[in-house]
Design a binder for this molecule. Structure first.
Ligand code: ZN
Length: 427
């Protein structure tokens, strides 16, 4: 394995450490996929987010207990993703702190609908691939893009406490443990985002509405449409605070008022640019396959380290925007009733001159390092059920080659775990 060096270098964004952002304000970085923040108040603690596992939460709590022995009075969830809500019981320590979230908090840990079928198994399989669960660290799983590759897995999802206080207003001022905080609804990576403004110290806890990577506007584990425009508009909301410190849900906090304004402005502009270019292409009747290959960030944005595609990816975002606004149909009537993969494969193999000819083309493409073409040729053989062992072996090698090129951790992990699964299917 020879992973993309830029992806490896991104690991400095989540080296394990507790940092003091200001007197009585601490952040635990790199212990889990996500960050945890602690405000040490007069009579107790406010904890912002709680990681994805009870084990990671225990490790962080042990660090925090070196600083203070005050009880946790309040936990705030910035949003409902499991990497922010799953260690709450650890911080509660058997007590019953208030747990604050937005009133549209919608945990993906909670099965809310037992009446209708859900693709839960597919989602689980794809989630494992995106995060590279069971891949080896550090050779295979370099990171998860915005968090470390060697986080603990024990107690995944196990320490969730349902919110006890729901924020109904767009903006709410609260005093918690002596801290005057403003809680502001700011839909972004999720619709239920709640950001926390500590005016006294000019610190903005922004959840996942900013982290040091191009934003995850679509996650390949399988996510519903994320509202691009709402996220961009929320970045304007964040900009208006003129924060001195941006304490993000993942990656290192951003320190310095000018730097904070710069990263938030660029983040907003990047989302708006992707929307504008995609819409322009859609209005020219281009489909998602074409747009995924043509829409890109302008060089001045693409070169920013916090807009590199370590976690989100422009091409996936373009497809998500298309699907989220015009739906699955690309507008080309050919695709209203496409041949099945097997029907297409059988005809393509015949046109190529037979199975052996297609297989030798795939082998030649592999020799030419034309890895994506290897995948597409091998998929025809696999769909047709022809030369399965050779086709799968070639596909496995191509997936592993693509993984090493990939700057995107989710993409790398997905390629590598899929390669292993395919390899195991070769009888
Ligand atoms: Zn997160």
């Amino acid at each position: 394995m020879n992973p993309n060096p830029e992806l490896v270098a991104q690991n400095k964004q989540f080296e394990k450490q507790v940092i003091e952002l200001a007197p009585n304000v601490y952040g635990a970085i790199g212990f889990a996929a996500s960050n945890v923040y602690m405000l040490v108040g007069e009579d107790g603690l406010v904890i912002i987010d709680t990681t994805e596992t009870t084990k990671a939460a225990e490790n962080i709590k042990a660090e925090f207990r070196k600083i203070t022995d005050k009880p946790v009075k309040t936990i705030i969830y910035t949003h409902s993703h499991r990497d922010h809500i799953s260690g709450a019981t650890v911080f509660a320590e058997g007590g019953s702190p208030d747990v604050i979230a937005s009133d549209n908090f919608d945990s993906d840990l909670v099965e809310v609908d037992n009446k209708h079928p859900k693709p839960g198994k597919a989602l689980m399989a794809r989630t494992k691939r995106q995060f590279g669960m069971s891949l080896s660290w550090p050779d295979e799983r370099v990171s998860v893009g915005v968090g470390p590759g060697d986080r603990p897995m024990e107690g995944m999802g196990a320490g969730f406490i349902a919110p006890t206080v729901s924020m109904t207003e767009t903006r709410t001022n609260v005093t918690l443990c002596g801290f005057e905080l403003e809680l502001v609804k700011a839909p972004g990576e999720t619709p239920d985002h709640l950001v926390v403004w500590l005016a006294d110290k000019q610190i903005l806890f922004c959840g996942d509405n900013f982290y040091s990577s191009f934003p995850m506007l679509y996650a390949i584990r399988g996510t519903a449409y994320r509202d691009f425009n709402a996220w961009a508009d929320s970045l304007d909301t964040l900009l208006a605070f003129k924060a001195a410190i941006l304490a993000s849900g993942h990656t290192m906090p951003v320190i310095g008022a000018d730097k904070v304004q710069q990263v938030l402005t660029d983040y907003r502009d990047a989302i708006n640019h992707v929307v504008a270019e995609t819409v322009a292409g859609m209005n020219k009747q281009l489909g998602p396959d074409e747009l995924a290959h043509t829409v890109s960030l302008p060089p001045e944005l693409a070169s920013k380290p916090y807009l590199k595609e370590f976690y989100g990816k422009v091409a996936w975002s373009v497809r998500a925007y298309f699907a989220g606004t015009l739906g699955w149909f690309d507008g080309n009537p050919t695709n209203l009733a496409k041949l099945s993969p097997k029907q297409c494969a059988e005809r393509t193999i015949r046109m190529a001159g037979g199975v052996d000819k297609l297989l030798s083309e795939a082998q030649q493409a592999a020799n030419d390092n034309d890895h994506q073409w290897v995948l597409e040729l091998c998929d025809h053989l696999i769909a047709a059920g022809e030369q399965l062992a050779q086709a799968k072996t070639l596909k496995v090698a191509a997936l592993r080659a693509l993984a090493d090129f990939e700057i995107n951790a989710a993409g790398r992990n997905y390629y590598l775990l899929s390669a292993r699964e395919l390899e195991e299917s070769i009888a």
